[in-house]
Design a protein around this ligand. Sequence first.
Ligand SMILES: C[S@@+](CC[C@H](N)C(=O)[O-])C[C@H]1O[C@@H](n2cnc3c(N)ncnc32)[C@H](O)[C@@H]1O
Length: 245
Amino acid sequence: MTEVVWYKRNPFFKSIYKAQKQWRRKIWDVFEQAHYRRNVQRSYEAARRNIVVADEDYDKYLRDQLEETLLKKKLVGERRFAVIPLIDMLRSKHDFTGANVLCVGARNTDEIKYFRQKGANDVIGIDLFTDDPDLTIMDMHDLKFPDAKFDIVYSRHSFEHAYDRRKAAMEWIRVLKDGGIVIIEVPGKYKGGGDYNRFEETEDVLGAFRPYIGEFLWNEYSRKEENTDKMDIIRVMFHVNKKAV
Ligand SMILES: C[S@@+](CC[C@H](N)C(=O)[O-])C[C@H]1O[C@@H](n2cnc3c(N)ncnc32)[C@H](O)[C@@H]1O
């Protein structure tokens, strides 16, 4: 049996103990909030040095994305290796040894490390926010890369954050070589914090890339009852056909 400490046995001291605990929590929350706000502001300023903001709506979009990313930063570590299955799915269909890979909305270095570990050559991870020197601050709608630089553009749970998915898609195709591969995973029938898109079916994703879609490597709508992700998931992988038009 666990022993109850003396101040918890007496109702008066017990209520004082509980009150001080609650106040400590509240004071801690104030400090945490202040720290979080300062980080959002710092990241916003860093993003503004690298990202062109066309108007007020886009400015709001940028802030929304930063708020969401920084809120979830605590999850880094816990979700480590969640990125691996999608890269392994690609490996089962395509040997990317020596490939140049762009990871869009990487958030942390998990994706780029795994691609490198599995033999990719030049792997670049971009995000609106990062304090990791191995990632680059860049907007998925405005890539600072020359045409046809990459063999693969990989996006796990970032396309749903696109402000303008057609614009982002056309940028990804521009930086891909003809015959290069787009890989996208997004939630189906779901719009969470920071999401600017809700995808009802795979075509909602694919439509942004038409008519440049070539041969498919993967095209799947997986319902939550059928998978281990606890949510509907859309996964598409296809070669681009840049000569389509
Ligand atoms: C849900 S996280 C996905 C992180 C990682 N790919 C994974 O699968 O764990 C989405 C990431 O996309 C980033 N993001 C949102 N809008 C972006 C944009 N316009 N350009 C680049 N990255 C963006 C966010 O900052 C966030 O880190």
